[in-house]
Ligand binder design. Structure first.
Ligand SMILES: Cc1ncc(COP(=O)(O)O)c(C=O)c1O
Length: 425
């Protein structure tokens, strides 16, 4: 098939162009020109759509950037390539960061591959671990990007889903029916023999964590049958309760477990692209080969800064203070959000373990609900269907962008609730 301007695009891309990310579609709807076209005043729009954080990066982190950029020799150095797996000093500091904050034992630079954020790393990890025709087990619901990432990285990969949200009772099944979920996991695993099991902790969009007992079942099953178990820790530093023990699992002890990590959320560094994989040394070595062809090396300035910042902030204790203060902020924003959902919407929702989100049952198809709600109220939420079929009648509400503006959380949900009561959408 030819395009208007040249030869045809690949069939994989053509297929994926037909399935754009549902979240990106919604965020496009909230762009200024589209808001104006709807006859809304952009200044009045309240968005619960963004999957991003809005607290300040650590001061010392900013100072570390300044000290590098203002020094001619260091700035020159920051314009050079690092090793494909990242700068050794930065890999060492990341290992210390994990030991310091979460008690991950025996982690060394040989277990760490640095990349340009966890999105790129996840793509390269899929390429590293999977073959066409393999099966991957995901949760329902879970992060909406995995499906597209899998399709691009490993064409022909099959996905099976373990349901963790009961759409009837709006309960998180691993908490309310742990034995039933463990049984269903074992059944799906034995029936489909996935090569990779992947979940987020806490997950996007539920902000729930897989309990330790279920993680143990997943570990035993995957380890026994030579499969991988990957945990996406994009929100690892955002927790409102004591994290489960697997936050301290080390690839030194569990060679089939892979951690996917990101600087985006905890340090408010979404645009300063830096993430890392924690895995057994052979996986890291294999990622080096893959990254030679995808990024050549991660961003040098970001790595130099991260190494410099962590060295000082671990020694002074300011890293822990910073993470604790950010957690207190998000815990408060989560509390305001839940109060407002209960008062204004009066609909079932989940209580976040950490992260930036809750999901609310709106009792009707959310794909139809969300554009109507935006037009009528100027309030944007994300329809749940893209995260998995269990969320077809649910929406994701993100309090991350409004963490310093909690009055808007209440105002937005009050507007939405008033409209829902008046129209019964
Ligand atoms: C579960 C999850 N993983 C990964 C990412 C992407 O992170 P990064 O900025 O490191 O690419 C996100 C972003 O929202 C996410 O929600």
């Amino acid at each position: 098939m030819k395009t208007a301007t040249g030869p045809g695009l690949s069939s994989l891309v053509r297929e994926q162009l037909e399935k754009p990310s549902p979240i990106r579609q919604i965020m496009k709807m909230a762009e200024r020109q589209n808001i104006l076209a709807m006859g809304l005043d952009p200044a009045q729009v309240i968005s619960f759509g963004g999957g991003w954080v809005n607290h300040a990066a650590p001061d010392e982190f900013q100072h570390a950037y300044q000290s590098i950029v203002s020094d001619p020799d260091l700035f020159h150095k920051s314009g050079g390539y690092t090793a494909t797996l990242g700068d050794m000093e930065c890999r060492e500091q990341i290992a210390r960061f994990e030991a310091h904050l979460f008690g991950v034992p025996r982690l060394g630079p040989e277990h760490i591959a640095i990349g340009m954020g966890s999105t790129q790393l996840t793509h390269d990890l899929f390429r590293t671990l999977l073959d066409p025709g393999d099966t991957v087990l995901l949760l329902d619901p879970t992060y909406a990007n995995y499906e597209g990432q899998l399709a691009f990285a490993v064409p022909g990969v099959k996905i099976v889903r373990l349901r963790v949200l009961d759409p009837e009772t709006w309960s998180y099944l691993p908490e309310t029916d742990p034995a039933g979920v463990a049984r269903e996991f074992a059944r799906l695993f034995d029936a489909h023999r996935p090569r990779l099991v992947l979940f987020g902790a806490p997950d996007n969009p539920t902000s729930q964590v897989v309990p330790q007992a279920l993680a143990d079942v997943m570990l035993a099953k995957t380890a026994d049958s030579g499969a991988w178990l990957a945990i996406d820790f994009a929100y690892k530093c955002q927790y409102f309760q004591t994290p489960p023990a697997y936050y301290a699992w080390s690839p030194a002890d569990r060679p089939n477990v892979v951690g996917i990590h990101s600087n985006s959320k905890w340090a408010r560094s979404l645009g300063r692209r830096l993430g890392w994989i924690e895995a057994a040394a052979p996986v890291v070595d294999a990622l080096e080969r893959v990254q030679q062809c995808s990024i050549l090396c991660p961003d040098t300035l970001s790595q130099m800064t991260m190494a410099r910042y962590l060295q000082g902030a671990i020694a002074s204790g300011s890293l822990r203070t910073y993470v604790d203060a950010a957690n207190a902020l998000y815990k408060n924003a989560a509390r305001v959000t839940l109060d407002a959902v209960d008062r204004h919407l009066g609909r079932p929702r989940l209580t976040p373990f950490g992260g930036l989100y809750t999901v609310v049952d709106i009792g009707t198809n959310a794909d139809a609900f969300v554009p109507k709600a935006l037009k009528a109220t100027g309030v944007l939420v994300v329809p749940g269907g893209g995260f998995g079929p269990s969320l077809t009648n649910g929406v994701r509400i993100s309090f991350g962008p409004l963490v310093h503006d909690t009055a808007k959380i209440d105002e937005g949900l009050a507007r939405l609730g008033a409209w829902m009561r008046s129209t019964n959408p």
